[in-house]
Ligand binder design. Structure first.
Ligand code: PBG
Ligand code: ZN
Length: 323
C-alpha cells in the first residue's frame, strides 16, 4: 500500500516546511486612480474598497500603504479634459506627471509604476490615436506619441513604465525613446499578453475609459489564442522588455506558466477589476469565505509562476499577512 502523502500533512509546522509557494507583501503592486482636485475620495460602485482620489488623498493613502508594507504602486490618471490625442498625458503639467512629482516629494521611498496608455485621456476612449477611416487605432501614429508620454513620466520621476495599450512594436519604441532621453536605466514592464477581455468592465468605470465606439479586439489579444500569446511575449522580450505580464490573471494561468517557461524574464499578473468585483460580491453575500478565497487566489498566481501580482486586494492581503 502506498502511504506517503499523509505524513507531511499531519503537523502544521511540517506543512509550512514543505510548502512550495509563499505569498509575501513584497509581491504586490497596488493600483491607484488619480483625479484632479482636492479632498476627493470617491468609492467605485462596482469595486467596493477602490476609490478615485485627488493627489492629497493619494499622498495619505501612500502612508497607509507603507504601514502595511506595500511600497509599489501603479498610477492611472483621470484627466479633467480629454481630446482626440490625449494631450493631458503628453504634458508635464498633466495629471500623471504632477502626481508623480507630488508623491515623490512626500514619499521618495515609494516605487512608482506608471500605466502608459491613451484610453483614459482620449475623448473616444481608445488606447491610441484613431485612424483616418475612424475605425480603430492608428498603431504607428500612436507609437510616435507613446515615446513622448514615456519621457513625460520619466522626467517626472517614474520608477518603471508599464505600457498597456498593446500597440505593435511599443517596447522597441519606448526603449529607444527612453535611452535617447537619458533614461537608460528605467525599466519597462510590458503588458505583453493582454487579452480583449470582459473582465475589464469595472475598471472602465473607475478610469472613465470606455471606448465610445467599437471595442479593443483590433489591438488586444484573442482569448482563444495560446501560441500567439507566447509569441507576443517572446517578441517583447526580444524588443527589450524587463518584465512581462499576463492580463487578466485567473482565466489565463496556463499562459503564465507557459510564458515563464518560454522566456527568461520575471512575470507579472494583473488580477483585474472584474476578478476583484466577483470575489467582493460573493464575499459580501456570504457565498464564500472571502479572506480564504483571496489568499488561495494569490497562492495560485504564485504557483503558476508569477513574481509580481498587481491587485486591488493588495491591502487586504497585506493585512492578512500581518496577522
Ligand atoms: C488601459 C488599461 C485597462 C486596464 C489596465 N489598463 C483597461 C482596458 O484595456 O480596457 C484594466 C485593468 C482592470 O480591469 O483592472 N489600457
Ligand atoms: Zn488603454
Amino acid at each position: 500500500m502506498f502511504q506517503r502523502f499523509r505524513r507531511t500533512r499531519l503537523n502544521k509546522h511540517l506543512r509550512s516546511l514543505v510548502r512550495e509557494t509563499n505569498v509575501s507583501v513584497e509581491d504586490f503592486i497596488y493600483p491607484l486612480f488619480i483625479k484632479s482636485g482636492e479632498g476627493i475620495k470617491k468609492e467605485v460602485a462596482s469595486m467596493p474598497g477602490v476609490f478615485q482620489m485627488s493627489i492629497d488623498e493619494i499622498i495619505k493613502e501612500c502612508s497607509e500603504l507603507k504601514k502595511l508594507g506595500i511600497f509599489s504602486i501603479i498610477l492611472f490618471g483621470i484627466p479633467d479634459t480629454k481630446d482626440s490625442i490625449g494631450s493631458d498625458s503628453l504634458c508635464e503639467h498633466g495629471i500623471i506627471a504632477s502626481s508623480i512629482r507630488a508623491i515623490k516629494e512626500v514619499h521618495p521611498d515609494m516605487f512608482i509604476v506608471t500605466d502608459l496608455c491613451f484610453c483614459e485621456y482620449t475623448d473616444h476612449g481608445h488606447c491610441g490615436i484613431i485612424d483616418d477611416k475612424n475605425e480603430t487605432v492608428d498603431n504607428d501614429a500612436t507609437l510616435e506619441i507613446s515615446g513622448q508620454q514615456a519621457i513625460i513620466h520619466a522626467k517626472a520621476g517614474a520608477d518603471m513604465i508599464a505600457p498597456s495599450g498593446m500597440m505593435d512594436g511599443i517596447i522597441e519604441t519606448l526603449r529607444e525613446a527612453l535611452d535617447g532621453a537619458g533614461f537608460k536605466n528605467l525599466p519597462i514592464m510590458s503588458y505583453s499578453t493582454k487579452f480583449a477581455s470582459g473582465y475589464y468592465g469595472p475598471f472602465r468605470d473607475v478610469a472613465e475609459s470606455t471606448p465610445s465606439f467599437g471595442d479593443r479586439s483590433s489591438y488586444q489579444m484573442d482569448p482563444a489564442n495560446r501560441r500567439e500569446a507566447i509569441a507576443e511575449s517572446v517578441s517583447d522580450e526580444i524588443q527589450g522588455a524587463d518584465i512581462l505580464m499576463v492580463k487578466p490573471a485567473l482565466a489565463y494561468l496556463d499562459l503564465v506558466r507557459e510564458i515563464k517557461d518560454a522566456t527568461s524574464l520575471p512575470m507579472a499578473v494583473y488580477n483585474v477589476s472584474g476578478e476583484y468585483a466577483m470575489l467582493k460580491m460573493a464575499g459580501q453575500n456570504n457565498l464564500i469565505d472571502y479572506d480564504r478565497v483571496v489568499m488561495e487566489t494569490m497562492v495560485a498566481f504564485k504557483r503558476a509562476g508569477a513574481n509580481i501580482i498587481i491587485t486591488y486586494h493588495a491591502k487586504e492581503v497585506a493585512a492578512m499577512l500581518q496577522k
